[in-house]
Design a protein around this ligand. Structure first.
Ligand code: FES
Length: 355
C-alpha cells in the first residue's frame, strides 16, 4: 500500500487501480470506411497508391536523367537547371512515397481501434514477444503479401528515391567548371571609345566611377579618398551583372611614402593610387570598409582585413591570400587606365586550387 500525495489516504497498489474498462475520453464512435465494406473501393484505393508510387519512381528517374543530360559546363544557368531538376526529382520522389504511405494507412490498413493501457516503459519479456507477434500480424494485415503489384511499386519507389542523391555524389557533383571564365575579367578588354592611350602607345581600359560610369582623372583623386570603380563602358556588356561582379575594384590614394611595394609592382600604382579587387578572397563578399589612417580594408562578412599599403596582404581573418591588384597608369589625357587584367583569379581562393 502507498499514500496519495495530496490527500494522504492509503491507496491500493498500481495493479489494483487499473480499471478493467477505460472510459471513452470523448472519441467519436467508430465508423467503417468505404474500403472496409466495398472491395471495389479497396481496389480503387490500391490503384491510387500504385499510381502515386509510380509517379514517385518516375520523378526519381527524371532527376537522374536531368543530371546526366544537362551539361555542367561551368555556366551558372546550366548549373541552376541541373540543380533544379535534380532537386525536383528527389523532392517529388520522396513526397510520393510519403503521400502513398499515408493514403495506404488511411484507406487499406486495418481499421480496428485498439485501447492500450499505460505501463512502465520497459515491457516484460512476455509482452515484448507479444509485440513482435503483433508486428508480424500487422505486416500480414497490411496485405502486402497479397498485393504483389503494390509491393513491387513500393519497392521500386523506395529503391529509386535515394538515387538522385547518390548518383551525383558518386559522379561529379557540379560538373566540370570552366575555370578560365573565372580567370578573365573585362579589365583586359579594350573596346573602342572606352580606352586611353599610354605613353608607350598601348591602350588600356579607363577606370570609371561606379555606378555612373564617369572616367576618373588621376588629378581628381585626393589623398585619403576611396572610389568604387568599374571598367568604363561596362554597361554595354551582355552579361553585365556577371562581369561587374568579377571586375569591381576599390581604388584609394595614399601618401606614396606609405606604400610598401615590391620593385616589380611599382609600375602597378600611380603616385600613391592603388586599385584592388573588391571580391574577398575568403568566400567572395564585397570588401569595402576602408580605414584611412591604417590603410586597412575590412570584409564585413568574417572580418578578414587587408593592408592596402602592403599589397593588400591579409593582416587578420580567415582569408588566406591578398586581394588581387589591378595594375593602373595614367593615359595621355590624364585619365586612370588599367594596363592589363588582374594577374590572378579574383574571388575565393578555391578557384586557384582548381588548376
Ligand atoms: S568573405 Fe570576406 S572574410 Fe569571409
Amino acid at each position: 500500500m502507498s499514500k496519495d500525495q495530496h490527500t494522504g489516504t492509503e491507496v491500493a497498489p498500481e495493479e489494483a487501480q487499473t480499471p478493467e474498462v477505460f472510459e471513452n475520453p470523448g472519441m467519436e464512435e467508430h465508423r467503417e470506411r468505404l474500403a472496409d465494406v466495398d472491395p471495389r473501393s479497396a481496389k480503387r484505393n490500391e490503384r491510387i497508391i500504385v499510381l502515386i508510387l509510380v509517379i514517385s519512381a518516375l520523378a526519381s528517374i527524371a532527376g537522374i536523367v536531368a543530371y546526366a543530360v544537362i551539361p555542367l559546363d561551368g555556366e551558372s544557368s546550366s548549373v541552376r537547371q541541373s540543380t533544379l531538376f535534380l532537386g525536383l526529382g528527389l523532392g517529388i520522389g520522396l513526397l510520393g512515397i510519403g503521400v502513398a504511405a499515408i493514403h495506404w494507412a488511411k484507406t487499406l490498413m486495418s481499421n480496428v481501434e485498439y485501447i492500450e493501457e499505460r505501463h512502465p516503459q520497459r515491457s516484460d519479456d512476455e509482452t515484448r514477444a507479444i509485440a513482435a507477434d503483433m508486428m508480424k500480424a500487422g505486416v500480414e494485415d497490411s496485405g502486402i503479401g497479397r498485393r504483389p503489384v503494390l509491393k513491387a511499386a513500393l519497392g521500386g519507389a523506395v529503391v529509386l528515391a535515394p538515387l538522385p542523391v547518390v548518383v551525383p555524389l558518386v559522379g561529379n557533383l557540379g560538373g566540370e567548371w570552366n575555370i578560365d571564365a573565372y580567370r578573365h575579367t573585362i579589365w583586359g578588354d579594350t573596346p573602342e571609345g572606352f580606352v586611353g592611350t599610354l605613353p608607350d602607345g598601348s591602350v588600356g581600359r579607363r577606370l570609371a566611377r561606379d555606378p555612373d560610369d564617369t572616367p576618373i582623372r588621376a588629378a581628381d583623386v585626393t589623398i585619403g579618398s576611396a572610389f568604387h570603380v568599374i571598367p568604363h563602358g561596362m554597361s554595354e556588356e551582355e552579361e553585365y551583372y556577371n562581369e561587374k561582379a568579377k571586375a569591381v575594384v576599390l581604388m584609394v590614394r595614399m601618401d606614396p611614402a606609405d606604400l610598401r611595394e615590391r620593385p616589380e609592382r611599382e609600375s602597378w600604382s600611380y603616385d600613391g593610387i592603388v586599385a584592388y579587387s573588391k571580391v574577398c578572397t575568403h568566400v567572395g563578399c564585397p570588401v569595402a570598409l576602408y580605414e584611412r589612417m591604417t590603410h586597412h580594408l575590412l570584409c564585413p562578412c568574417h572580418q578578414s582585413t587587408f593592408d592596402l599599403a602592403d599589397e593588400a596582404k591579409v593582416v587578420f581573418g580567415p582569408a588566406d591570400r591578398p586581394l588581387p591588384q589591378l595594375p593602373i597608369a595614367v593615359d595621355d589625357e590624364g585619365y586612370l587606365v588599367a594596363t592589363s587584367d588582374f594577374h590572378e583569379p579574383v574571388g575565393p581562393t578555391y578557384w586557384e586550387r582548381l588548376q
